[in-house]
Ligand binder design. Structure first.
Ligand code: BES
Ligand code: ZN
Ligand code: ZN
Length: 477
């Protein structure tokens, strides 16, 4: 993580400080400021300005006024956004260390710090002058009795995991091939204590995982099938929960080469679903959540190389289903289908898959939310949606009505991998549903996984979407 965070017992005038406050209640301030400063502070509060800046030779103090939103979710998001906004002041004054002191009745220290940390993320690996480009802020201290260590540590676990997911998405495929991705996953397993098994091409061939192998045919780099497992003693679930992530390290579209201008430019993000579930495993293991969780990541690039699978081909999937390939750019559902079939062997109580699956999901929700659908109980869906609001990765449910399945009928095979001209996100979901026999939810993160320009604390490029959502869901599970 780029920023170090700790709890402190000292609240020292020699430290740079951000004091969180409510406009209505400035009684605390007389202990800190002289009468001129107090006058200025009251004026700022009255003028509806979001923060006051009180510089002294010994240290800087910012007083941050926090807004109340319409809902708890909105109020927390206001705090995250405010925390991120303060970063530009911190950068301007080249502040390296700052203490967040709470004098607000709204308990928003954690979301405020969360916004600061998420916004302070940088991916500078490929810059020669990265040390000049590095943000000044290195350390945040928190001074607030009501913040308990456990919640802070859980927050730090999930933020660390979010940065890992962002890094994985930001890595171009020139570095992050399917085999390299597996190496990264293995080293995360070692560091955070979950088990990692990697199937190579031979093993994938022996299992006849036809979806993964077909997508891989146009590539000169072999595919991988990664299995991550977190099984702590005293896990509270009898049957495992399985996470599945689309791990297409680069999507050219294959022979159905991507038709939209420039749409290939950011297709290194096509493993963002995999990054989300791997990131979630990191957070879960780091926080030692008492749940048995397995994570499956089918991974390859999708290219139009010499032997590439072609539109019109009929392929046989891992579960035996024959699929007429009508578009090689609809590759995500093929690799996911094999993983969803593999998941059956665990008799899972719940399966959650994350994928940058369709442009249609990005068109529907834009970058503001995640489209989801599935067969899990209403109760599970409600809990997921609550987590979506809690972490502000909001969910929109789409239906899996049987009529959509009609679009997948093929003249020569069991199904085809392409639906009609409308509802492409749902027909992709219907395709996946065919390979499930357990409670399941599918999250199409195509819109929120990757941003072309930054949005508050979400940086340009990989956002790490899904990690905070999943972790919140499992914390409450
Ligand atoms: N990786 C893409 C989906 C995508 C689009 C991800 C935008 C991130 C941003 C996926 O493999 C794809 O190409 N989907 C096609 C499917 C179509 C051919 C049925 C799409 O959505 O256009
Ligand atoms: Zn594609
Ligand atoms: Zn894709």
């Amino acid at each position: 993580m780029n920023t170090n965070v700790s709890v402190t017992k000292s609240n020292n005038r020699k430290d740079n400080r951000i004091i969180l406050s409510d406009k209505e209640n400035l009684a605390w301030a007389s202990k800190y400021f002289n009468s001129d400063e107090l006058k200025y502070l009251k004026k700022v509060a009255k003028d509806d300005i979001s923060f006051a800046f009180i510089p002294r030779a010994e240290a800087y103090t910012f007083v941050q006024f926090l807004k109340k939103g319409k809902t708890v979710s909105d109020t927390h998001e206001e705090a995250r956004v405010a925390g991120n906004e303060m970063l530009s002041e911190i950068a301007h004054y080249k502040i390296t260390s700052i203490t967040v002191v709470n004098h607000s009745k709204k308990k928003l220290v954690l979301p405020y710090v969360e916004g600061m940390i998420l916004g302070n993320y940088q991916f500078l690996k490929y810059f020669n002058d990265r040390s000049e480009k590095t943000n000044s802020l290195k350390s945040i201290k928190v001074w607030e009795k009501s913040v308990d260590r456990k919640s802070l540590n859980e927050l730090l676990s999930v933020l660390d995991a979010t940065m890992i997911a962002r890094n994985l998405v930001n890595e171009p495929q020139s570095y992050l091939s399917a085999p390299t991705f597996s190496k990264e996953i293995k080293s995360l397993g070692k560091k955070y204590g979950f088990k990692v098994t990697v199937f190579d091409k031979k093993k994938i061939e022996s299992l006849k995982m036809g979806g993964i192998l077909s997508v891989n045919m146009g590539s000169i780099t072999p595919p991988r099938f990664n299995i991550l497992e977190w099984k702590p003693k005293g896990a509270t679930n009898k049957r495992p929960i399985v996470l599945v992530g689309k791990g297409i390290v680069y999507d050219t579209g294959g022979l159905s080469l991507k038709p939209t201008a420039n749409s290939m430019d950011f297709m290194k993000c096509d493993m963002a679903g995999a990054a989300a579930v791997v990131g979630a495993m990191v957070a879960i293991a780091d926080a030692k959540l008492p749940l048995h969780i397995i994570c499956l990541v089918p991974s390859t690039d999708n290219r139009p190389g010499l032997n590439a699978y072609a539109p019109g081909d009929v392929i046989t999937m891992y579960d035996g289903t024959t699929v007429e390939v009508m578009n090689t750019d609809a590759e995500g559902r093929l690799v996911l289908a094999d993983a969803l079939h593999y998941a059956k062997r665990y008799k899972p109580e719940l399966v959650l898959d994350f994928a940058t699956l369709t442009g249609s999901a990005a068109a529907a929700a834009g970058q503001e939310g995640v489209c989801y659908m599935g067969t899990a109980e209403q109760k599970t869906k409600q809990k997921m949606e609550n987590s979506g609001y809690a972490v502000y990765e909001r969910l929109i449910e789409f239906p899996l009505w049987k009529e959509y399945g009609e679009q997948l009928k093929s003249n020569i095979a069991d199904i085809k991998n392409l639906g009609g001209p409308t509802s492409g996100m749902i027909t992709a979901g219907k395709f996946l549903e065919h390979f499930t026999d357990y409670p399941w939810l599918h999250f199409d993160v195509a819109g929120a996984a990757y941003l072309k320009s930054s949005d508050a604390y979400r940086p340009k490029e990989g956002t790490g979407v899904g990690v905070r959502l999943l972790f919140d869901f499992f914390k409450q599970y």
